[in-house]
Write a protein that binds this ligand. Structure first.
Ligand code: SAM
Length: 272
């Protein structure tokens, strides 16, 4: 059982709280990973009652992360990425996608959960061009001043700022747009912003939001307009903010989309 393997190694780390579910571990459970515990799987199962295809939603999100990073690396030439709310390693992590185009591409993974460093370091820091930083992305000044961030990211050159599957974990009074802008203020023209988030698409979405609020303490599924407003001040690239499977798909996508396909939306914008 993968969970017990995770438990043994995590038992050595005093930082990892096994008494409560964590966002990173619940997401890992949703994706079918092994770095999660019973307390997390209970939440994943609860979400699955609201949204039977929640694992697909997670994989739509990972797929669009791959397409977005591939686009940025191949078409814009960006070769440095700040991956905020990075999560535990899974398939096709940002550096693996980016370094396929440019083996020197640099990626800093930032996550508040120490398990990402504990379990992710071996995979996410597999070369000298990648680092994992344990920090709270709601404190952009601290993140931007972090020595590993400064070491790997050249703030005079365009940066890919990734906020994938994370902004719905920020409450309104935490000023998510202000946080987005703080990162974008720190990077030069030519930098790009990629965001994906859960969207308030109807009763099923609201049920997932309620479950997340109850079990994880966060969950704010914003409307299409609210999510689009994250990109205010930047040039939103085609096709705009759309359901994830519709963002630059690699093949035909059958419509109408299912509820699971529409549950998360995202887009990419350029700072001019
Ligand atoms: N970006 C990855 C993806 O989309 O596949 C992972 C998304 S996961 C749903 C959200 C991650 O954000 C979790 O790993 C969680 O620990 C992290 N997180 C939550 N709040 C955070 C914060 N305030 N600062 C940094 N990371 C945070």
């Amino acid at each position: 059982d993968g969970g017990s393997t995770a438990q043994q190694s995590a038992g050595q780390s005093a930082d990892i709280d096994l008494s409560r579910p964590s966002i990173a571990r619940v997401y890992d459970a949703v994706l079918g990973g092994k770095d999660n515990y019973e307390v997390d799987r209970v939440v994943a199962d609860q979400v699955r009652l609201d949204m039977p295809h929640i694992s697909d939603v997670g994989w739509f999100n990972r797929a669009v992360l791959g397409r977005g990073v591939r686009y940025l690396a191949a078409e814009t030439g960006i070769n440095q990425f700040l991956d905020l709310g990075a999560g535990l390693p899974t398939l096709e992590n940002t550096h693996q996608v980016a370094q396929r185009h440019d083996p020197e591409a640099r990626v800093v993974y930032v996550d508040i959960d120490p398990i990402v460093l504990a379990h992710g370091r071996a995979l996410l820091e597999e070369n000298e061009h990648t680092a994992v930083v344990t920090a709270d992305l709601r404190e952009p000044e601290k993140v931007l001043a972090n020595p590993n961030v400064r070491r790997l990211i050249d703030f005079d050159k365009p940066v890919g700022v990734l906020l994938i599957g994370i902004l719905h974990h920020l409450h309104d009074d935490e000023d998510p747009k202000g946080i987005v802008d703080a990162y974008m203020d720190a990077v030069p023209a030519g930098s790009h912003l990629m965001i994906t988030a859960f969207c308030d698409t109807g009763p099923e979405a609201r049920a997932v939001e309620e479950t997340m609020l109850e079990f994880l303490g966060t969950g704010r599924f914003r409307t299409m307009d609210e999510i689009t407003a994250y990109f205010d001040g930047f040039e939103l690239l085609d096709p705009g903010v759309v359901a994830l499977p519709m963002w630059r798909p690699e093949g035909p996508v059958a419509t109408p989309l299912s509820i699971a396909q529409r549950l998360m939306v995202g887009g990419v914008a350029r700072k001019n």
